[in-house]
Design a protein around this ligand. Sequence first.
Ligand code: NAD
Length: 685
Amino acid sequence: MNCPERVNSCRSAEGKRSNPVRKSILIVHMELDDVDTITVLGAGTMGHGIAEVAALAGYTVNLRDIKEGFVQDGYDQIEWSLNKLAEKDRLTEEEAEQALSNVTAYVDLSEAMVDSDVVIEAAPEDFDIKQDVYEELSEVAPDDTIFTSNTSSISITDLSEVTDRPEQFCGMHFFNPPVRMELVEVIRGEHTSDDTIELIEGLAEEMDKTPVRVRKDDPGFIVNSILVPLMNEASWIVELGDATIEEVDSTTKYDMGLPMGAFELSDQVGNDITLHVLQYMHDVLGDAYEPSPQLVRKVDNDELGKKTGNGFYDYEDGDGAEIPTDAISEAIRERLIALLANETGKLIQKGVAPPKDIDKAMKLGAAFPKGPAKLCDESGLDAAIETLEALYEETGAARYEVCDGLREAAEDGGFYGPTADDDEIEFEAIRVEYPTEMVGQIVLDRPQQLNTVSPAMLAEFGQAVDMLDGDDDVRAILVTGAGDRAFSAGADAMSMAGSANPIDAIELSRNGQQTWGKLEDASVPVVAGIDGFALGGGMELATCADLRIATERSEFGQPEFNLGLLPGWGGTQRLANLIGESLAKQIIFSAERYDAEQMKEWGFVNYVTDKNSFEEDAIELAADMAAGPPLAMEYTKKAMHAGRDDTEAGLETEAFAFGHLLDTEDVMEGVTKLQSDEDPEFKGK
Ligand code: NAD
C-alpha cells in the first residue's frame, strides 16, 4: 500500500449513524455475523499485530494512529509479517495479499469509524490518553459499535464510564505477539452486558484465538495477577537475602517446570512493565502487592531487562540469563508454590475466574506447562497454607496472609476438589477424542499455527498418551493434526525462546525426545495420520508412531540444518532405526521436503491415501490395530525396540549436541538469514 495516499482517504459516511450526543446508556443489539469492520486504534506493538490477526480472519480493518508515519510503520509491519508467514508456507501468497488488502490506514478518527462494528483500542497504557481517545470516540462512533480495550491493567469499568456506552464496552486483552499468542482475556466491566461479552468472545474465536472470560474487572486480570506477584516474590526472596537470583531461577525453571526463571521473565517482559502493573495492584488491592525494593532499584537505575541490555542479568557484557540446572532449593519452591496458591485462591474468591479458566489462561498466555491450580493441588494446599503461615509469623508481610479462597479450597480437598483426575483435565493445545470403539485419538490442535509444538502442547501430549495408554478401553492411539494444512510444522519458536543457552537447550531436547518416546513405549499400537506438513519436530513425532498413513499432498522434512541445528527430538536416532542410516542422512543433510509417495517408497509412510477419504482411512487403520491381540502387540513393540542398537546412548549424544549447537555462531547465522531470506554462510563456529 502507498500509505500517504490512503491515509485520510475519504470513505462514504453513509450507512451508519454517528453519535455526536453523549448518552448514558445505549441499548443496541448486534450479532457476531453482523460484524464486518473492525477499527484498531493505535498501530504500535499490539495494534498492528491485532489488526493483522483481524485481517487474516477476513474482517475489514481500519487501522488508526495519530500520525501518518506511525500508521505507515504499523502497516509496513503487517505487510512484513504476512510476507514472512507466506515464505514459511503458513499462508499462500494469495491469502497474504488478501489479508493485507483488508487493512486500510487512517489518521482521521471519524473516517476510521465509518461502518465500524467493533473498536479495539491499543493506545498507550495511560489513563489520561485513553480517556481522551474514548471521549473523542463517543462523539464519532456509530451507535451500535462495540468498544473494547487491549489495556493490560487499567480498570475496564473506569474506561467504560468515560464513554457513552458502558454496556457496550469490555476488555479484549491480546498477548504479545498477537499473531502467535492464542490467548485473549475477555474482561467484563461492571456495566458490560452479556451480549457484549458473548459477542467479543465469539469474535476472538473467529480470529482463531482462545478467549478466557475474566468475570470481574480486577487489576492484572488473570495472567498478570499470577505472574506479577510471582516475580515480585522472587525479588523479595533475594532482597531479604534468603536466596540468590540463580537459585530462584534454577528452582522456577528446573524444579517447578515453568518456561523461564522468574527473574529471566521479568527481564524479558521489562522490569518497568512488571513494576507498573505491581504498583497499580498495590494502589488498588493493598500491601500484599508492595513492590520489592530490589525491583524498584532496577527500574530507577534504568536496568529494565533485555530491552536496555541490563536487568537482573547482563545481556550486553555478560552472558544473559545463564541459569544453573543444579541450584534448586526446596524451600524456595515451597515458598513460590505457596504464593501461587494464595494468588490463585484470591482470584477464585473474588469471582474473577474458576480454577480451570485460570489454568487455561496461564497455559496459553504464560506457557505454563500446567496451570497454577493444578500445580498447587498436586503439591498440596495444606502444605501451602503452612508455608504461608510460617512466613507471615516470621515477617508480618501482608503478601503471606492466607486468603479465604485458599483455605476453602484446602478444606474441599483442592482447587479441583478431591476427585479430580486426569480424565477431567481440559487440554488446550491438543484434543482427545474417541472416534470409534477402542481407539483414542490425540489431535494436535493449533491449526492457525500449523500445529507447531508449544511447551503446553508438549506437556499435554505426554499427559494424553499416559492417559490413553492407561485406559483399558483404548487399544490403539491415533495422532492427527487439526485444520487442513499440517500434521505439525515442528517446534513453535516460542519454545526455543527461553532456550538460548546450552543447558536449557539440552533440557528442551530431552523433553521432546522423552515425550515423543512415550508413543514408542506405549503398550498399544500408535498410528500417525498425516495430512499436510510433517516437518522438524512434527516429523520426529510421526517417526515415533508404529504406523503412518498420509495424504498424497503431505510433505515431510527435517529442515534443522537450514538453521545450523540438528533434529533434536529424536530425529538423529529414530529415523535411521526406521528407514536406515543412509536415507535418514539424506533427509537430514538435504533439509529438503519429500512427498508422501517418496516417503512410502523409503518405508517411512505405510499407506498413502486420498484427502477425501483420509480421516475415515486413518480411523479404520487405527481400528484394525485396536482389533489385534493386545498382549502380542505390546510384546512385539517391546521386543523390536529392545533389539535396536543403543538408541538411548544416541539420544543422549543428540541432546548434548543440540545444546552445544544452539550456542554457536552458525545457529545465529541460520536464524538471522532465515529472517532476511538470504542463504546462510556457515563457518563451523
Ligand atoms: P505502543 O506504544 O507500541 O503503541 C501505542 C500506539 O498508540 C502508538 O503508535 C501511538 O502513537 C498510538 N496512539 C497514541 N494515541 C492515540 C490515539 N489517540 N489514537 C490512536 N492511536 C494512538 O504500545 P503497545 O505496547 O502496543 O500497547 C498498547 C496497549 O496494549 C496498552 O494498553 C498496553 O498496556 C497493551 N498491551 C501491551 C502489550 C505489550 O506486550 N506491548 C501486551 C498486551 C497489552
